[in-house]
Design a protein around this ligand. Structure first.
Ligand code: GZL
Ligand code: ZN
Length: 329
């Protein structure tokens, strides 16, 4: 009920804004007045940054879905993985009076105040990709992936591969405080409980290649190639950085140290085909159309589901070779 009333206010707000825009001739549309369905929808999109290949694919998907041809004016901000910068970008969207705000929240916490300010301004918020711990009354809907399930699928492969064999594992964690880092760790731990896999070290590489390489160099310094059997990387970019570190130390990635990773971006899939990664769990970045559909539905005052999961799949080396040429990212 709340979201219906809320959406109604948002719609009224949006109409007022659009009507004002039309009468003052501001904004990109034809200024034909009235709130007809053909009005340009102005959307503020607060993206995490450009930390990984996955992120680039997600940004492209969002920009395509929220293009002028699709009836949108997109105000895009990439926060360079800085949570404070991302929150101030959202405040900027509020002061500009956009019709709707879409956020891929870098971290889960710290969103209550600015989401309340958006609600007070009658601007609906849609989350894409990552989630927040703030009350779900403060956003209309979230579209993304089941990160816990991704962690479980990665852990199930590790459990099947290593079973009871004593296995020394290091972990490259995603951005500290982010939903994917928290949930992928949680899901993996569930799946490997009772096996011979022991986590000897776990640090964040911030989802970047450089981060993965630097942290893996530190692990190799500390334990030696022989002291590590398995690397669990929360995304392909960190796994690719770790591969560089392993090779620089004279190790053979995929053999001396087996690697399981998440995303299934092109470069990760190529490393899988080359035998440098052993298993990849996909995390689908193509969320733009779903997010755009949710924005339209919310502004049209429709009741939308709160949560929209996009399906993921998994890839062995053989499967990757079969699909790599047909994949969209
Ligand atoms: C997951 C997404 C993560 C990717 C990383 O949906 O938030 O952030 O796994 C990206 O590659 O940086
Ligand atoms: Zn849906």
């Amino acid at each position: 009920m709340k979201s219906k009333v809320f959406a109604g206010i948002a719609l009224l707000g949006a109409m007022t804004l659009v009507a004002t825009a039309c009468s003052s001739g501001a904004g990109g549309d034809s200024g034909d007045g009235g709130g007809g369905g053909d009005e340009t929808i102005t959307v503020g999109f607060a993206q995490t940054g450009s930390e990984s290949g996955w992120r680039s694919a997600n940004t492209e998907s969002m920009k395509t879905a929220f293009s002028e041809d699709e009836g949108f004016e997109l105000i895009f901000n990439a926060a360079d993985n800085d949570p404070a910068a991302q929150i101030s970008a959202v405040r900027d969207f509020i002061s500009r009076g956009v019709d709707a705000i879409v956020i891929a929240p870098i971290v889960e916490d710290g969103w209550d105040d600015v989401l309340q300010e958006a609600a007070d301004a009658g601007i609906p918020v849609i989350l894409e990709d990552r989630t927040v711990t703030a009350s779900d009354d403060l956003y209309e809907a979230w579209v993304g992936l089941d990160f816990t399930k991704e962690g479980v699928m990665a852990g199930e492969w590790a459990a099947e591969t290593f079973g009871d064999t004593p296995t020394k594992m290091v972990v490259l964690e995603g951005t500290t405080g982010s939903a994917p880092a928290n949930d992928r760790a949680e899901g993996f731990a569930q799946a490997v409980e009772g096996t011979g896999i022991e986590t000897i070290d776990s640090q964040t590489g911030d989802f970047t290649r450089d981060g993965g390489k630097t942290v893996m160099e530190g692990f190799i310094q500390k334990y030696g190639i022989d002291g590590i059997d398995l690397l669990y990387a929360h995304n392909d970019d960190m796994a690719l950085g770790a591969i560089e570190a392993i090779e620089a130390a004279g190790g053979v990635p995929g053999q001396d140290i087996q690697i399981v990773s998440i995303d299934a971006v092109k470069d990760g899939m190529q490393a899988l085909i080359d035998g440098k990664i052993n298993y990849i769990v996909e995390c689908n970045p193509l969320l733009g159309d779903l997010a755009a559909g949710l924005v339209r539905d919310v502004l049209a005052g429709e009741d939308v589901e709160k949560t929209h999961f996009v399906e993921d799949q998994t890839f062995t080396q053989e499967q990757a070779a079969e699909v790599i040429d047909s994949r969209a990212y």
